[in-house]
Ligand binder design. Structure first.
Ligand code: CAA
Length: 258
């Protein structure tokens, strides 16, 4: 049985971590399968991805502690790189990725959600970086992404105390965009994905790349990054379609991803 499933429905692709007996803990096989699933995504058709966990208990309860227990220094570093390379691939994936967090998002699970563009959580979701309580640091990007996403003081408190937080607190500190009842979670994620999918795909991709790249740069340089991709949009048919529809007072728009 597969640890990761993928389903395409129109312009929206849904990836599910599927190891519920271990609360979707991320072992090497899950990481490999998640990587392989990304290769399956038809980027000419799909305009937004949703990533969630199977079951109602966990998005992912972290990297697999049983697998990590026996690692030595070199192996630990390699395991961290394996997760980091994959999560960076998700973060820089050309399409937006929405994390639909349906329960525990701990350690590597919280880190995976943070690698996504947007996080929607169910009311029963729990976030945390429990690693220091296990004698390690976060290793799939948590020490870097958490402090970029939420105020550094909150990030430091979460990591140093290893204390889990509930969805409402995650919302308050900006770790998630919205909290909904679990029965509404996939509907909400799909609603946002549909809103994204209705817009010009090249413009959305360019905006994602601009935001990601720009956040790493000084403002003057970041502006040149924006200017380049803004200009490139004028080389697309979708720019003519989007602006043409406005000028013709036409509601219907057909973006063809070219
Ligand atoms: N690794 C491996 N197995 C895990 C796991 C993990 N991270 N989290 C849960 N499981 C397994 C449990 O071992 C258990 O398996 P068995 O039935 O075979 O014993 C099964 O999932 C169900 O878990 P629990 O019985 O513990 O369920 P619970 O409802 O009592 O508790 C929980 C839920 C609070 C999430 C608890 O499972 C827990 O604390 N899990 C570990 C969370 C954690 O510390 N994550 C961080 C890992 S370190 C990391 O991720 C490093 C990194 O940055 C790369």
């Amino acid at each position: 049985m597969s640890f990761v499933t993928y389903q395409a429905d129109g312009a929206i692709g849904t990836i599910l971590l599927n190891r519920p007996e271990a609360l979707n803990a991320l072992n090497s096989k899950v990481l490999d399968e998640l990587n392989a699933v990304l290769d399956q995504v038809d980027q000419n058709v799909i305009r937004c991805l949703i990533l969630s966990g199977s079951g109602e208990k966990a998005f992912a309860a972290g990297a697999d502690i049983g697998e990590m227990y026996h690692l030595n220094e070199e192996e630990g570093k390699a395991f961290s790189k394996k997760g980091n390379d994959l999560f960076r691939r998700i973060e820089t994936f050309p399409l937006p990725v929405i994390a639909a967090v349906n329960g525990y998002a701990l350690g590597g699970g919280c880190e995976l959600a943070m690698a996504c563009d947007i996080r929607i959580a169910s009311e029963n979701a729990v976030f945390g970086q429990p690693e220091t309580g296990l004698g390690i640091t976060p290793g799939f990007g948590g020490t870097q992404r958490l402090a970029r996403l939420i105020p550094a003081g909150y990030a430091k408190q979460m990591i140093y105390t290893a204390r889990n937080i509930k969805a409402e607190e995650a919302l308050r500190i900006g770790l998630v965009n919205k909290v909904v009842p679990i029965s509404d979670l996939m509907n909400e994620a799909n609603k946002i994905a549909s809103q994204i999918a209705a817009n010009a795909p090249i413009a959305v991709r360019n905006a994602k790349a601009d935001i990601n790249e720009g956040l790493e740069l000084a403002m003057d340089l970041a502006m040149t990054v924006e200017e380049k991709r803004f200009g490139a949009c004028f080389n697309t048919n979708d720019q003519k379609e989007g602006m043409g529809a406005f000028l013709e007072k036409r509601k219907e728009k057909t973006f063809k991803n070219n």
